[in-house]
Design a binder for this molecule. Structure first.
Ligand code: SF4
Ligand code: SF4
Ligand code: SF4
Length: 467
């Protein structure tokens, strides 16, 4: 079922070249810097400034499509990580010793909790103070992300920021377990007998795995940032890049990690919150309250964010208790392990809701990038002659409903399949599917919520309702 892409000599040569990552990063770095400059210098209209359109309509939606087909490919081309690496390594592609102080990240923070908290805080800024409607604030968020990445890269060893702190990397990592690509070792035996473990230590051809993984033993995509260093460094040519069926990591007997399960549930809550804040019921209230009684608005938004997080976690706890109960007293699986394993089954629900919600934004607003490319600052330029070009909807409203429904259904079916394989793995009586009943009820509940959110009229990102 798997297709080894490195069997293609030409592709292998490209991946093994040190120039490769630099070449794919460079265009993104240029766009990223343009976003920062346009956000600060350009006009404040979110529909006419490239900062808001490129970030919230094209990138925030495009990244989910990218994961769907290419897993963590975003991390391979990530512009703020590229700039941080170039500064720390004092090199664009050649391997160097770098100038980082190489401090060790505190042990108690060696998990995904910092990324989860960072995600909650950024969402608070993003939706609470309407960053998506402000080119200026968008530029500051981009600059802030760059600043933190450079700082942590200069102080701490390897890519500590990517492994523990970056919420974008956390989201990409969790979702890429669903994706059809992976970097893995070809033979366990070759790795077992390998004395040098260059994939960890690095050699003259490249760096040791920058996110503290042992590439030879990796069996999930959660942490891999597809940097391809292990392919370059393995002296036995034992690492490969291959295509595989969707969902592979989540139906192959994984154990999961508790910190990741909290990130997944936060991801589900905040994805639902994103949808909720686009509904007229919220925007009508928020548009008024933001201008008239800012502090009470902020308090209500903060409570709404905490409410979404708490409800999703409580529902999952209740579900885990019911599953534990249905397994009987003799089960070897404790509540924490059930909580952790079943949380991964909600990844497709969050992922396909994210896709189905954002495909609408992309269709209605994505093509605004064409006129804006000619006039990125909104100054009235016409660099490529496309400024007057009129964006249009490609899918259209009628087909959009069908596409969104299909995506939500795909999320529900994928979630059910993951829960089914997890249930088969943990039930003593392999035929007992009792734990599936509460899971399906909860999945139907989320299906109902996401379906309802999707089919309300939705406020667009590039048209500010704040007055
Ligand atoms: S983990 Fe974050 S900083 Fe690192 S490459 Fe991915 S998105 Fe960029
Ligand atoms: S991936 Fe290569 S370098 Fe790493 S342990 Fe396996 S054989 Fe050794
Ligand atoms: S070195 Fe290999 S395992 Fe580690 S992040 Fe890069 S591609 Fe993934």
């Amino acid at each position: 079922m798997n297709i080894d892409l490195l069997k293609n000599i030409f592709f292998k040569k490209i991946i093994k070249s040190r120039l490769f990552q630099f070449m794919v990063q460079l265009p993104l770095v240029v766009i990223f810097l343009l976003v920062i400059v346009a956000g600060i210098q350009g006009i404040p209209d979110p529909g006419l400034n490239i900062a808001t359109i490129a970030t919230w309509t094209v990138w925030w939606v495009g990244i989910v499509f990218l994961i769907f087909f290419l897993g963590a490919a975003w991390c391979l081309i990530c512009p703020w990580a590229a700039l941080a690496d170039w500064i720390e390594r004092l090199s664009f592609w050649k391997k160097t010793d770098g100038i980082s102080f190489e401090k060790k990240w505190p042990k108690f923070l060696r998990n995904r909790h910092p990324a989860t908290i960072f995600f909650i805080v950024v969402t608070w800024f993003e939706l609470g103070i309407f960053i998506t409607y402000s080119p200026f604030y968008t530029a500051y968020v981009a600059f802030g992300m760059l600043f933190i990445t450079v700082l942590i890269t200069l102080v701490y060893e390897k890519k500590t920021f990517c492994r523990y702190f970056c919420f974008v990397g956390g989201i990409v990592g969790m979702y890429s377990n669903l994706s059809p690509v992976e970097i893995r070792s070809k033979s366990e035996d070759v790795c077992k007998n390998c004395k040098t473990k260059d994939c960890i230590t690095g050699n003259e051809k490249g760096y040791g795995c920058p996110i503290f993984e042992y590439p030879g033993g990796m069996n999930m995509n959660s942490n891999c940032i597809l940097c391809t260093e292990c392919i370059k460094t393995c002296p036995h040519d034992n690492m490969t890049f291959r295509l595989r069926p969707f969902l592979t990591d989540l139906v192959s007997g994984f154990k999961g990690r508790f910190d990741e399960s909290l990130l997944i549930l936060t991801l589900l809550s905040l994805t639902l919150l994103h949808g909720f804040t686009m509904l007229p019921i919220w925007t009508t209230y928020a548009g008024k309250a933001f201008n008239e009684d800012y502090y009470s608005y902020m308090l209500n938004f903060t409570l709404a964010e905490l409410f979404f997080c708490a409800v999703v976690i409580l529902i999952h706890l209740l579900l885990s208790i019911l599953i534990k109960f249905s397994l009987g007293k003799n089960s070897n699986y404790d509540l924490k392990s059930i909580f952790t394993r079943f949380s991964y089954a909600f990844l497709p629900i969050a992922f396909f809701y994210h896709l189905s919600h954002n495909i609408h934004h992309l269709d209605m607003e994505g093509l605004k990038i064409v006129p804006v490319l000619s006039d990125p600052f909104g100054y009235g330029w016409n660099l490529f002659g496309t400024r007057e070009w009129q964006p249009f909807s490609i899918i259209g409203m009628d087909s959009m409903s069908a596409v969104q429904t299909f995506l939500l259904l795909l999320g529900f079916l994928s979630a059910t399949y993951i829960a089914y394989t997890t249930t088969r793995l943990i039930t003593e009586n392999k035929k007992s599917l009792l734990p599936m009943i509460p899971f399906i009820l909860v999945a139907i509940f989320y299906g109902f919520v996401t379906f309802t959110f999707n089919f309300q009229p939705m406020v667009m990102r590039t048209v500010s309702f704040l007055g």
